[in-house]
Design a protein around this ligand. Structure first.
Ligand SMILES: *Cc1c(COP(=O)(O)O)cnc(C)c1O
Length: 491
């Protein structure tokens, strides 16, 4: 393939926009509700107001809060609207960020820097979190040198608080938990963890990236759940994604702290740079004005009545899904019904969940596969409501098909996920997946030549070392290998 260049002369606008629209033809159909995550859709009208708000401020930069007072004002108002929704005290402060991951990276950085000031003798800081906490904490651990100590969860996915207590040591700098956690949608026992944090004099971050803009409305609608926001003494910060159930375009999350004594450790100031005194509230330098403006517009256009209406619709769809799934023999709904996440596994060895996932994918559904235990995850939105009956029908048929064809557990993507779960050396998998990523981001970008990569890549190594143990008959491995190569980029 010839290397791309910026065209020597600029192209005609309508023509290039038409070409770009064409690029999207193979993308997931979120408007029709056939995706169960990735897109939080509140309809075309809402999309349009966000788009227009975004475009008004698209060229502006929130790097320097002094230059664009409009952006500073909107950021402040988004943070304060979020803080009051989360029952924050009058002293609550925070910043907008580019997304949930940045909010969580900042929480870890803030508490690390706070500990450096207050407890400078700590050389190897750690944080104590549930095993189900979002993977962004692993990223943060990796970036910022804070060790992650994980406490187990019970059968419903709630963290064991006594285990968290036992994991705390002299080097622990903060605690974190989720409301709700992503894999099963369960809300951790925040009041008990808050009490533990206070007893140990540790800060406590609640990751409400997923539920920040949903749980408050569900609570008002009467859904039982533990209290999890700033009403809980001991909670010192909360992250909430506006680009999830806040229905803002991608690139918008909020981190709120109980007061400035925490937020100040998030800020960065450098006075010695030749470019002048540099101040930065969060991770990036340049910050896109469009994301802030669109988030502001989203909250104001939706209003509390809008959020309540969509929360009710999403909740009803989630409940219908849970009831329908519980009604299919061989399937089991995981977690507690405290959020709009519906996650299910198999309770019958004759029903291989990953094979069921393949059958759903073949019927045109975007399927989110999880491990520990093997399960399927659905983040439910109001726009999924119309497709719930079809989904349940397809799911029932998929389960019946898998029961009738036990060999499917060792074919298709089911083989890949099954194999991955059983490979004893995770480091090998990680190393090989990294190679796939290098391929995708290489100079020729995008397409990975799996046939070639397979020569010394992931598939061969794993199949050669462990395939026999996992699948028994070696003669089947050729077929498995071909399947794995086809599906590799999705791992
Ligand atoms: C989505 C999510 C995050 C990370 O947010 P991104 O916007 O994807 O970076 C963190 N925690 C939970 C519980 C989430 O659902």
């Amino acid at each position: 393939m010839e290397r791309r260049q910026i065209p020597p002369t600029g192209r005609e606008h309508e023509q290039l926009l038409a070409e770009m629209a064409h690029f999207a033809e193979g993308d997931a159909d979120f408007r029709g509700g056939r995706t169960w995550s990735m897109v939080y859709w509140a309809g075309d009208d809402h999309h349009e107001v966000c788009e227009r708000a975004h475009n008004l401020y698209m060229a502006k930069n929130a790097l320097n809060p002094m230059a664009f007072k409009s952006l500073k004002r909107m950021e402040h108002e988004v943070v304060q609207m979020t803080a009051s929704m989360l029952n924050g005290p009058e002293t609550a402060v925070g910043t907008m960020t580019s997304g949930g991951t940045e909010s969580l990276l900042l929480a870890v950085k803030t508490y690390r820097d706070r500990a450096k000031k207050k407890r400078p003798w700590i050389l190897r800081p750690n944080m104590v979190v549930p095993e189900t906490i979002h993977v962004a904490f692993d990223k943060a651990a990796h970036y910022f040198g804070v060790r992650k100590k994980v406490a187990p969860v019970d059968a419903d996915g709630r963290v064991d608080v006594a285990a968290m207590r036992r994991l705390i040591d002299r080097n622990t700098i903060f605690l974190a938990a989720s409301a709700p956690q992503y894999p099963h949608g369960t809300v951790d026992p925040i009041p008990e963890i808050g009490a533990l944090a206070q007893a140990e004099k540790l800060p406590f971050h609640v990751d409400a990236c997923f539920g920040g803009f949903m749980q408050p409305w569900l609570e008002r609608l009467g859904v039982p759940m533990p209290t999890w926001d700033f009403r809980v003494p001991g909670v010192t910060s909360i992250s909430a994604d506006v680009h999830k159930y806040g229905y803002a375009p991608k690139g918008a999350s909020v981190i709120v702290y109980r007061d400035m004594s925490y937020l100040r450790h998030q800020f960065f100031v450098e006075t010695a740079w030749s470019g002048g005194i540099y101040i930065s509230p969060s991770l990036p330098g340049t910050r896109p004005g469009g994301s802030i403006a669109a988030a502001w517009a989203s909250l104001n256009a939706m209003g509390q009545d809008g959020y309540l209406r969509l929360a009710q619709a999403a909740w009803d769809a989630a409940e219908a899904l849970r009831t329908g799934i519980a009604d299919i023999p061989g399937l089991r709904v995981l977690g507690r019904p405290e959020s709009t996440i519906v996650s299910f596994g198999s309770d019958d060895p004759a029903v291989d969940l990953f094979a069921v996932a393949d059958q759903l994918a073949a019927r045109g559904w975007a399927v989110d596969r999880q491990q520990k235990p093997a399960s399927i995850h659905c983040s439910v939105n109001a726009n999924n409501a119309p497709v719930v009956p079809t989904y349940l029908e397809d799911l029932r048929a998929a389960v019946a098909h898998v029961r009738a064809h036990p060999e499917l557990a060792k074919a298709g993507e089911a083989a890949v996920y099954g194999l991955m779960a059983k490979v004893p050396v995770k480091g090998l998998v990680a190393r090989e997946v990294l190679k796939v990523l290098e391929g995708m981001y290489g100079p020729d970008g995008g397409e990975v030549d799996l046939e070639r990569a397979g020569e010394d890549g992931l598939v061969n190594k794993i199949v050669e070392r462990y395939g026999d143990r996992v699948f028994g008959a070696l003669d089947r491995l050729g077929k498995v290998r071909a399947r794995i190569q086809r599906t590799l980029p999705f791992i």
